[in-house]
Design a binder for this molecule. Structure first.
Ligand SMILES: NC(=O)C1=CN([C@@H]2O[C@H](COP(=O)(O)OP(=O)(O)OC[C@H]3O[C@@H](n4cnc5c(N)ncnc54)[C@H](OP(=O)(O)O)[C@@H]3O)[C@@H](O)[C@H]2O)C=CC1
Ligand SMILES: O=CC(=O)O
Length: 293
């Protein structure tokens, strides 16, 4: 199967490499074109523009940072819309809001193409290992065509019906994840500031009912102050913002998510946006320090 791949950031690079390793023919494009070279070394071809990639490939996947990037790659000059049409499918796996996804879907359909949104749950390592959870919605025929690729990229795909449902599901999941990261950070800070060992807290958590892979993976590196980005904090804050907006639209009160969003915003304002989202711990540690002073 031949696929195009737009966006070679942390996730896109790992996903495109995975497809190549499983025998897919992949044509890649990235805004910073030099980042394509690593994929060329693995056998990828390169398109000069998103339009080039779509012209060459029947199916094109995108994995881009946020709504503005997702829209730009489709609607701007040399974008996807210039070459999409009858017989071509576009699959956006970026985390965006439902309105962005619907706008892209409508434009693709007007040109005669088909569209699936398919954001993913799982970070850099699951992307490398083909263990993502795929939250797809949109054109069911295109979804079925993409199953061989989804089977390589993920451990499970959900088809959630109409466009927007994949985006919404992803935002709900990441809203919970961001709030959990804040709760863990506050707990570590409270343990530390009240004379307990934060490492012992992690050990206790791991043996009880709220044990989870995220606490287990991120806790030890947070205690070392090590925030090598797997999931950049700026993207987690974008997801909290979009989830809160979904809450606004549906009159759902989300005080925990709102407080968590403030902590992520504060972390961004301190220049931590490109670090892993667990760096929000630095903000909450800071709050504890100033409380003691
Ligand atoms: N990292 C993670 O753990 C996970 C991330 N996600 C989601 O996946 C998406 C990608 O995440 P990730 O790979 O971590 O992000 P990165 O920041 O590593 O990569 C972002 C990608 O988007 C491109 N991009 C940014 N702005 C534009 C633009 N205006 N026009 C064209 N391309 C643009 C970047 O290009 P360039 O190289 O030129 O900057 C890069 O290829 C995000 O929506 C994120 O929320 C979902 C699950 C897990
Ligand atoms: O979106 C991030 C993730 O880990 O999932």
């Amino acid at each position: 199967m031949e696929v195009g791949f737009l966006g070679l950031g942390i996730m896109g690079k790992a996903m495109a490499a995975n497809l190549l390793r499983h025998g897919f023919r992949v044509t890649v494009w990235n805004r910073t074109l030099s980042k394509c070279q690593e994929l060329v070394a693995l056998g990828a071809a390169v398109g000069e523009t998103p339009a080039d990639v779509v012209a060459k490939c029947r199916y094109t996947i995108a994995m881009l940072s946020d709504p503005s990037a997702a829209l730009s790659v489709v609607f701007d000059k040399d974008g996807v819309l210039e070459q999409i049409g009858e017989g071509k499918g576009y699959v956006d796996m970026s985390t965006v809001d439902a309105a962005t996804s619907c706008k892209i879907s409508e434009a693709i359909k007007q040109k005669g193409g088909v569209f699936v949104e398919a954001p993913v749950s799982g970070s850099k390592k699951p992307a490398e290992d083909g263990q993502l959870v795929i939250l797809a919605a949109g054109d069911k025929v295109l979804y079925d065509d993409m199953v061989p690729a989804f089977d390589v990229l993920g451990k499970k795909s959900f088809f959630l019906g109409e466009i927007g449902n994949g985006a919404k599901m992803k935002l709900v999941v990441n809203m919970i994840m961001g709030s959990m990261m804040n709760a863990l950070s506050e707990g570590l800070s409270l343990a530390d500031n009240s004379g307990l060992s934060p490492q012992t807290l992690l050990d206790v958590l791991d043996l009880g009912a709220i044990a989870n892979p995220m606490f287990k993976l991120k806790g030890p590196s947070m205690l070392q102050g090590s925030y090598n980005p797997a999931f950049p904090l700026k993207h987690q804050q974008k997801d909290m913002r979009l989830a809160l907006s979904l809450g606004d639209e549906n009159a759902v009160s989300m005080p925990v998510a709102a407080a968590s969003n403030e902590a992520f915003k504060k972390a961004r304002s301190l220049g931590l946006g490109d670090l892993d989202f667990s760096a929000v711990y630095e903000v909450l540690k800071g709050a504890g320090d100033s409380g003691k002073a």
